[in-house]
Design a protein around this ligand. Structure first.
Ligand code: C2O
Ligand code: CU
Length: 462
């Protein structure tokens, strides 16, 4: 995780790394204090955020695979919270939703990440919107050996805020309809001219990790004068990396890409979103020197799709939809809901909408029973095509990655593993996975208004 460093700095860092490895013998301890903090999005625009460790985003947690990670959480907020390790395979009692850390309380998470990749962490107390949207998120990087061979390795977490001119948090949505979308967009907690540049030298090869922490907004990124080479989706390496002009990220999704610095020494370029005026603009600034071209250290994994899965019948179909009228009754009232069993939600109440799976809103949705170790094929069908408000739904599954088996019955262009997949309105996506750990794993839309509003169920692995 470095921007360009000088040779002595790199040697010093390598030495520190070696000493740390020797001393700690593969253990990382992180103290994570959760508190309200005023943060500056740009000079002249500050807002009262909720933070991991005093900043938005929280400092990236960077560990190595196989290393035991201990996170000591202290909750200084006025209400309960918890931390979910999005995309990481952890035991069910460390996953987040079942845990409630009250005001002033401490909780220690402990787990061993096995797979390398780009993950992230955020709260999972319902209503999740009230917490994630205030800035509680951070990257979680499990480093691969080859990552160090890039000229630089940078994380870019994208988010949006709905604020008035003085930085006060506004209710509702800044654009769009029922989903909360902001009028200020940020990269690593900064907007517009305050976004830190990516500094490169001609010839270098940079690893870029993009994470969408927005609660509802999709972000589409393009780079002037450069193409991306996509190597990972949601932390999973691609058997066939590919070049792309655009990266699209729905809430919860991550993309790792290589950027070859093929521009002119001294020149300036930028990576910008499709709404650059809202503030997601990452300058690419070239130093004046040039280095010998750096080759990609990325070694694609072998293909590992489940045999015969394409022709197999789905074990279950989940139909995604919405309807007027708040989430089905039986849940707790707003403010009481925490952990897995909060029923109605801020979003549902505010918009008068319920977001449903097979006609029911969580907690009334039917759980999906699966066997540990057995391949499961699910069809996710998005029927949410109402003329007023057709919505794509990025569906996230806890506890494992899944294979994209088909889209609308067609084989995808390449083998892709993800933990969050966008199901466009009117379309269907088939996914397949194996649950390796027993537990009740959540499956939900990562548009948090929809998740809080009922589009959630459990995959119960036994
Ligand atoms: Cu990123 Cu269940 O969440
Ligand atoms: Cu949704």
């Amino acid at each position: 995780m470095n921007q360009k460093r000088s040779l002595p700095a790199r040697l010093a860092a390598a030495l520190v790394f070696l000493v740390a490895m020797y001393v700690s013998a593969g253990a990382a301890t992180i103290d994570l204090e959760i508190a309200e903090t005023r943060v500056e999005l740009r000079p002249g625009l500050s807002t009262d955020a909720w933070t991991y460790g005093g900043s938005v985003p929280g400092r990236p947690i960077v560990v190595r695979p196989g290393e035991r990670v201990t996170v000591n959480v202290l909750n200084r907020l006025a209400g309960a919270t918890n931390v979910h390790w999005h995309g990481l395979q952890v035991p069910i009692d460390q996953d987040g939703p079942g845990i409630s850390i009250g005001p002033g309380e401490r909780f220690t998470y402990s787990f061993v990440p096995k797979r390398t990749g780009t993950y992230w962490h955020h709260p999972h107390v319902r209503p999740v919107l009230d917490q994630l949207d205030r800035g509680l998120y951070g990257a979680f990087i499990v480093e691969a050996a080859e990552d160090a061979r890039y000229s630089g390795d940078s994380v870019f977490i994208l988010d949006d805020w709905h604020l008035d001119a003085s930085g006060r948090r506004l209710p509702g949505t800044g654009r769009g309809m029922m989903e909360r979308m902001g009028n200020v967009e940020t990269v690593n907690g900064k907007t517009g001219d305050a976004v830190a540049p990516l500094v490169v030298a001609a010839g270098e090869l940079h690893k870029l990790r993009f994470i969408n922490a927005s609660t509802a907004a999709e972000h589409r990124l393009r780079a002037t004068g450069h193409r991306f080479r996509i190597t990972h989706t949601d932390g999973e390496p691609l058997a066939e990396p590919y070049f792309a002009d655009e990266i699209r990220l729905n809430p919860g999704e991550r993309v790792d890409a290589e950027l070859a610095a093929g521009g002119q020494p001294g020149a300036a370029y930028e990576i910008a979103s499709d709404r650059p005026g809202l503030g997601i603009r990452i300058p690419i600034r070239y130093r004046t020197d040039r280095v010998p071209a750096v080759a990609s250290p990325f070694v694609p994994p072998a293909q590992r799709a489940y045999p015969d899965i394409f022709a197999a019948r789905p074990d279950r179909t989940l139909t995604l939809d919405s309807r007027m009228g708040s989430a089905a009754g039986g849940g707790m009232r707003r403010g009481m809901g925490h952990g897995m069993h909060g029923g109605s939600s801020a979003a549902g109440e505010a918009s008068g909408m319920a977001w449903t799976i097979n006609g029911a809103a969580f907690p009334e949705t039917e759980p999906i029973g699966v066997q540990v170790g057995k391949v499961v094929k699910l069809r996710l069908r998005n029927q949410d095509t109402g003329m007023m408000h057709p919505m794509d739904h990025p569906i996230h599954l806890h506890g494992t990655h899944f294979l994209i088996v088909s889209r609308n019955g067609f084989r995808p262009d390449r083998e892709t593993w993800k933990d969050t997949v966008t199901v466009p309105a009117g379309e269907f996506v088939d996914i397949a996975f194996v649950m390796e750990n027993p537990g009740d794993w959540m499956l939900h839309c990562h548009i948090i208004d929809h998740e809080d509003g009922g589009m959630m169920t459990m995959v119960e692995a036994r």
